[in-house]
Design a protein around this ligand. Sequence first.
Ligand SMILES: [Cu+2]
Length: 404
Amino acid sequence: MNRSSVTLLLLLLISTLVLVACGGQATPETITVEVTREVEVEVVKEVEVVKEVEVTRVVEVEVEAAAPEESEAPAQEPRELLVLAGAGQDTVAINAYFPASLRVRAGDTVTWQINSNEPHFATFLAGEPPPPDPVPIPGGGPTDIMLSPKASFPSKAPDDPIETYDGAEFRNSGFLSDGTVVPPGGPFSLKFDTPGTYQYICLIHPTTMVGEIIVEEANATDMPEQDEIDAMAEAEMTPLLEQAEEIRAAAASSDMVRSVPGPNGTTTWHIPAGVTGADPRIEIYDYFPKNLSIKQGDQVIWTSTFFHQVIFPAGQPDPPFVVPTEVEGQPFPNLVVSPEVAFPVIPAGEFDGAELFSSGLIGTLGPLPGGTTFAMTFSEPGTFDYVCSTHLPLGMEGTVTVTE
Ligand SMILES: [Cu+2]
């Protein structure tokens, strides 16, 4: 018999004695209530003590049974892991990270390295909206714009140690570039010390180029090593590159040239400036067709899917996309966008080959100064070259041949 049972019995005995002693007199009810209360309080107290003992015992059993190897295992040696940014060369751009999702341990460092002619970013926004890009040049006129410094350059100062990311503060690679489109930049490294899932984006391809780093405990086992990570990257990349070649071949087919009758017996021709695959991570940065033959008086309409231009330099040098411009007291240059690349230049109603025509920036990335399409009517015979200044280094150029 335990303590509470003894106490209960004892107190019940007392209450019985009291009741007996009181007999059928006028006051027994009051006395009974008082005694009963005392009984209840005592019992509850004692039962609680017993329960506590039982709970303690259960916990002890669980701790012994779990034998928690995982939580007591020592932290693993921190590792340095590599993720590739992009794939494809020349006009083929596969805008994705390889692998797109990576599991690491707290303490590991991840490095992003460019793997395509098209540049990319690896940007951890920490809840911020993406920085606007391009932006006005401070103190400049209405056509003075530059690429966003916040986007273009690393969040880390050159001499600072590698940054850590735990979801609290903006971290950015700046341009990861092999130097084809914009000045060389990267690679970019970031250390992860706090378990969690962290998403990141490419600021140039924000809708399709999204990656994640899943950070597990520092002592987690069964994590992919670099050779497995490379195999995952390869398995994700190969089918996209194959599809891209098919898309490029299909878009370049002469069956795909589109035209409709225009006014006064002329023809209106349609040229895609850039093609996006059914998988939107695949972009072909080219004009389809690259070389078009038309008649005097015909119109051509270009439609941009991404971020391009149609620039007929008319004998002038091709305007560069960006001109890095040093600024006194500023550690990085302003990446000034050539005005005739950024904004439409339409000096006449029809193009005769004498003056530069430009669509400015056209496409779906943004609201862009030139909108999404650009139309030109050709009044003189000749063969006229045109370029996308941004993607000319990838091979984005075309010709329009006008006959009488
Ligand atoms: Cu382009």
